[in-house]
Design a protein around this ligand. Sequence first.
Ligand code: ZN
Length: 93
Amino acid sequence: MKCTACGSSALVEGTVKDTNGASVSFSLNDVPTLKAIFGVGNRKVQAYGCIRCHNLQFSVAFSEKDFERYQQFEGEQPDVLERINSDPKKLKS
Ligand SMILES: [Zn+2]
């Protein structure tokens, strides 16, 4: 992994915690409220601090099941590319 701000690979791994010492987690929005209360749909958040520019970035520890379930979103990629290709400035440069 590289720093999204400066491109450096000098990242230090850590955990983001609240003032009570509880780790911050990523909660999936499409989990029913009752299940969410019991912690279903919570994924661990991994934090990375950049030594060079002090940028802090996160990654989500998705499970193998999540990957299979949300893989459909990759189908939206062509729309993004289409948008980029339709930008005349990008095509000329
Ligand atoms: Zn950086």
